[in-house]
Write a protein that binds this ligand. Structure first.
Ligand code: GLC
Length: 500
């Protein structure tokens, strides 16, 4: 072949290669554009199915009020709200005195607490606590194993009592037990477990008196301690909140689970068949996590999550709102877009298929990412889901999904609070400018600020500016433990004895 022919062949080959490369680039771009368009339309669809317009929130609040009424009647099985009587008819006054213990069990950790209540002068004069995490196998094992584990931790904590710890001669230690699950109370210091929630499933405890179970475990440890108050975390938070602020009328928990309690007039509780308390009031544990309504924007993602959960058909509101589930809803959405619109490339990232791998704190970290190139989103995608080098467009989409899921949760929670305020007649402008305070606790509210800001804004929108100016949501950080100790004090077996 002559030189000229050689050059020609080379030129033709180069042109062909360049042409092929260009074709590949064009195809890739086209595919990318298609993928983006598909993903964008998925986002649009998500915005539609997760949407919570204000009129819808008003309907949800009205249904919450109706269910509250129904749950307070004698046939409370007619309602999805249990509206449990707490037997707390007097909230802390500030006069409580002495050393008390509390045990706070309701999530993957529990806390043991020791407080010295110093009356009106010194308030909570001393507070010590220890936090212990519960090994996962105990959350789905047997009752004895769980209660023995707790009693051992409590005994170890009691062994650390210092010099200043002092009980009057002949008195037992007393404990307020915050047990944050649905319990049918039979008195302030007894109650049977209705069902487990939040990933616990210890079937041999259902229907049993949880105070009796704890007491037996304490005895097995040789610990002389009396459980004087059994309370839900909402009740503990309400008690702790009222101790700090007399305006507190309700408490809401937004953490691993979600629930609310409020102070009800005894005469508005048809199912209350005991003596009317002298205060005329009774604190009600709503167990609002089990709320459901035709107006809740329940999507196929929620249905699938519920179906595959440990408690299908239950705690529907909780599964749309609380810290245990938000991250999981996001994971399910991402998985579908990965499968149907190749969000993360041709192969679906295997870790994305693992239930509950994306936790709400991961979601919150991504959602709060304010760096221009969404570095934290990229880091979490890599660390948690093993997805490396996600393009900026994809990161933006992940963030948009976090926003959609978190804001739906925050807005329907605000609707629930608005419902309680309506039930209490505190949703309109108050004539004597009475402050209405809601004690709030839980990591979701405390740490996920986009969630909490959205909740506050939505509540203001529902109430209107003027009425909203007399409603305050007050973070009662870990108030439920101290609240339980306060209730143990106000229900002490030694009440009426001289303080010494
Ligand atoms: C779950 C429990 C409820 C608790 C709430 C918040 O909904 O059923 O009792 O108050 O979580 O911890």
């Amino acid at each position: 072949m002559g030189k000229a022919a050689l050059y020609t062949t080379a030129a033709v080959c180069a042109a062909a290669t360049a042409g092929a490369v260009a074709l590949v680039v064009i195809r890739r771009r086209k595919a990318l554009a298609e993928r983006r368009a598909r993903a964008a339309s998925v986002i649009e669809e998500l915005e539609g199915i997760f949407s919570t317009p204000i009129e819808r929130l008003r309907l949800i609040a009205d249904e919450m009020v109706e269910e509250m009424h129904r749950g307070l009647t004698s046939d409370s099985s007619a309602s999805c709200l249990k509206m449990i009587l707490s037997y707390v008819d007097k909230l802390p006054t500030g006069d409580e005195k002495g050393w008390f213990y509390a045990l706070d069990l309701g999530g993957t950790n529990f806390r043991v607490i020791r407080v010295l209540l110093g009356g009106r002068e010194s308030r909570v004069a001393k507070q010590e606590y220890e936090e212990v995490s519960i090994p996962p196998h105990l959350m789905v094992g047997g009752s004895i194993e769980l209660f023995d584990f707790i009693a051992t931790a409590l005994a170890n904590f009691v062994a650390t009592e210092g010099e200043e710890f002092h009980l009057p001669e002949g008195r037992q230690r007393e404990l307020g037990f915050t047990f944050s699950f649905p319990v049918k109370q039979t008195s302030i210091s007894s109650g049977t477990l209705i069902k487990w929630t939040k990933g616990f499933s210890i079937e041999d405890t259902v229907g049993k008196d949880v105070v009796a179970e704890l007491t037996k475990a304490l005895e097995r440890q040789g610990l002389d301690m009396k459980v004087t108050a059994l309370v839900n975390d909402t009740i503990g938070t309400l008690a702790g909140g009222r101790y700090e602020d007399q305006g507190v009328v309700a408490a809401v928990i937004l953490g691993t689970g979600t629930n609310a309690a409020y102070v009800e007039h005894a005469h508005a509780i048809p199912k209350w068949d005991g003596l009317l308390p002298s205060s005329g009031e009774m604190v009600i544990n709503m167990e609002w996590g089990n709320f459901r309504s035709k107006d809740l924007p329940i999507t196929d993602y929620d249905r699938a999550l519920d179906f595959e959960s440990l408690n299908p058909g239950e705690q529907i509101y909780e599964k749309m709102i609380s810290g245990m589930y938000l991250g999981e809803v996001v994971r399910r959405v991402l998985l579908r877009i990965a499968q149907e619109a190749s969000l993360f490339g041709e192969v679906v990232p295997p870790r994305l298929e693992i239930p509950f791998i994306l936790r709400t704190p991961h979601m919150s970290a991504m959602h709060h990412d304010s760096s221009p190139d969404l570095r934290i989103v990229a880091a979490k995608l890599k660390e948690v889901l093993g997805i490396a080098n996600a393009p900026l467009q994809t990161r933006k989409m992940v963030m948009a999904i976090c926003d959609i899921v978190a804001k739906r949760g925050a807005r329907i929670s605000a609707a629930g609070i608005y419902g309680i305020l309506k039930k209490l007649g505190r949703h309109t402008v108050q004539t004597e400018k009475q402050k209405t305070v809601i004690a709030m606790d839980g990591g979701l509210y405390e740490h996920y600020s986009i969630f909490s800001e959205c909740l506050v804004d939505t509540l203001r929108e529902l109430l209107g500016e003027e009425a909203a100016s007399s409603v305050v949501i007050k973070l009662a950080n870990d108030g439920s433990g101290v609240g339980a100790a306060l209730l143990a004090a106000s229900h002490s077996q030694y009440l009426g004895f001289d303080e010494s």
